[in-house]
Ligand binder design. Structure first.
Ligand SMILES: Cc1cc2nc3c(=O)[nH]c(=O)nc-3n(C[C@H](O)[C@H](O)[C@H](O)COP(=O)(O)O)c2cc1C
Length: 137
């Protein structure tokens, strides 16, 4: 089974979740700008991503100001998930609120089938077995 993990990270927490998901059959695809400042400003490049190649897609980003990080949402809006299942996660420091719902609403609009979700409070540490559940249907 081939999996794509599309993620955005500014300070590394979401990137650590992505690294736990990394495996032989898992492609990590980072959405980013040319620099941290450009990423913060939302000037991210559209990642090279073809949903046809994958059985499952996982998307993940941080919470910024109670919402899914806008640079990542912008990138999601340019994608076509080709009817594939999309699992989603967010990382946050205080409260997650509606960020996951926001991500899944975009996933639906971009032809993805919403699957599992997970949210990780970065102050509590990451449970690897919880993270890896994102690799299943
Ligand atoms: C610009 C900015 C805004 C943030 N806003 C929130 C917030 O509203 N709620 C929250 O719980 N955490 C907030 N955080 C904390 C991040 O969600 C948290 O540290 C996250 O894991 C960062 O992910 P990253 O290290 O992958 O960039 C914010 C962080 C940044 C940089």
């Amino acid at each position: 089974m081939k999996v794509a993990v599309l993620y955005f990270t500014l300070t590394g927490n979401t990137g650590r979740v992505a690294e736990i998901l990394e495996d032989d059959d898992v492609d990590l695809i980072q959405v980013k700008g040319g620099s941290r400042l450009l990423s913060l400003l939302g000037l991210v490049r559209k990642p090279k991503f073809d949903a046809v190649k994958y059985d499952l897609i996982v998307v993940g980003c941080p919470v910024w100001y109670k919402k899914a990080a806008p640079p990542f949402v912008k990138a999601l809006k340019s994608m076509d998930f080709g009817g594939k299942q999309v699992n989603a996660f967010i990382t946050y420091a205080l409260k997650e609120k509606s960020a996951l719902k926001e991500v899944m609403n975009v996933v639906k609009k971009r032809n993805g089938s919403p699957g599992r979700t997970a949210s990780f409070n970065v102050s509590k540490g990451l449970e690897e077995s919880e993270v890896r559940k994102l690799l299943s249907f």
